[in-house]
Design a binder for this molecule. Structure first.
Ligand code: CO
Ligand code: CO
Length: 324
């Protein structure tokens, strides 16, 4: 992206140059268009489930901006000579059902022949320009809320190696197919300072982006971070995807591990997520109503994981319960 010219049109409210989750173009005083694109390779065996995960993952960047998705276009790469067309049909059905669940419409798409299946979407959403939630805007004293448990990268790697039980497979599938819609609705109705979604760069990678954009630091309470329990065990057995390892090395210089956190647990906090939750910075007094709203809607993962502090550089300090 650093090779690209920075867009100059003043109606562009966000683009790659601000590192926000979606591009935003203002079309009138009370309306802005939000656009994003994402596609992935299969991370589960069941094609319908893979389609649903890919769609939830693509829709997520729209929700991270506080917007509502309205239309989606399929993006497909598929080895049509070696895999049955029915499998592709199932992938697309899984994606289409997710778009309907999101209250949006699937309106088209494009496919090419490819060596391995790839699936994702271009998504367009709408938002009032005053309601856009950027990565910038987090303020010292804000609390940080995470709306989904971590561990999807480690656990899907464990599934690949046949190390994961059926209950955990069901839990990780449910997590990755869950839309961030309720979290976005709650952000809009309660009002928050900043947000992003936790995906490939892991919790700490995405948190650092938010801190950098806002010019602040964070203190994270290790004991409060929601994690799928089996991820801890798998990390101890060194079942860690390459991407998560890379994330760890990328963020390490910015993280002060104040409490005794073993290396395997540090990896969990850097685990690359697919269709992860929203990471939200909001005033302390607004956190209980936000948590309440999400928990009443059936979200059993959402937690306050720390707070924003003033800091000359975007650093993360990790504390244990005893330190708070
Ligand atoms: Co994102
Ligand atoms: Co994305």
């Amino acid at each position: 992206m650093r090779f690209l010219p920075v867009p100059q049109d003043p109606k562009i409210l966000s683009s790659f140059s601000s590192q926000d989750d979606s591009a935003v173009y203002q079309i009138s005083e009370d309306l802005a268009v939000v656009q994003t694109v994402d596609y992935i390779t299969p991370i589960v065996d069941d094609p319908y489930t893979f389609g649903a995960i890919a769609a939830a993952n693509a829709l997520s960047d729209i929700y991270a901006m506080g917007a509502r998705p309205v239309t989606a276009l399929n993006l497909v790469g598929y080895p049509i000579k070696t895999l049955p067309i029915q499998v592709l049909g199932e992938i697309l059905r899984g994606g289409a059902d997710k778009v309907i669940e999101a209250g949006a419409s699937l309106v088209g798409g494009h496919s090419i022949e490819d060596n391995e299946p790839k699936y994702g979407m271009v998504v367009m959403g709408l938002v009032h320009p005053d309601k856009i939630i950027y990565k910038k805007g987090a303020q010292p004293g804000d609390v940080l809320v995470l709306t989904k448990s971590l561990g999807t990268g480690i656990i899907t790697t464990g599934i690949d190696q046949g190390l994961v039980g059926v209950d955990t497979i069901a839990a990780v599938t449910r997590l990755m197919t869950t839309l961030n819609r309720d979290a976005a609705d709650a952000m809009r109705s309660i009002g928050v300072h900043a947000a992003t979604d936790v995906t490939g760069f892991g919790l700490f990678g995405h948190l650092l982006e938010l801190l950098k954009a806002s010019g602040v630091g964070a203190e994270i309470n290790f004991d409060q971070i929601p994690v799928l329990p089996e991820a801890w065990d798998l990390a101890r057995q060194d079942v860690i995807p390459e991407g998560s390892r890379n994330n760890y090395h990328f963020v390490m210089d910015s993280v002060d591990w104040r409490s005794e956190v073993p290396l395997s647990a540090q990896m969990v906090l850097c685990d690359a997520q697919t269709s992860g939750g929203l990471l939200i910075a909001l005033p302390k007094e607004k956190a209980p109503p936000l948590l309440d709203m999400l928990r009443k809607g059936g979200n059993t993962d959402v937690e306050i994981i720390g707070e924003i502090v003033s800091s000359p550089n975007p650093a993360i300090r990790v504390l244990g319960k005893q330190d708070f």
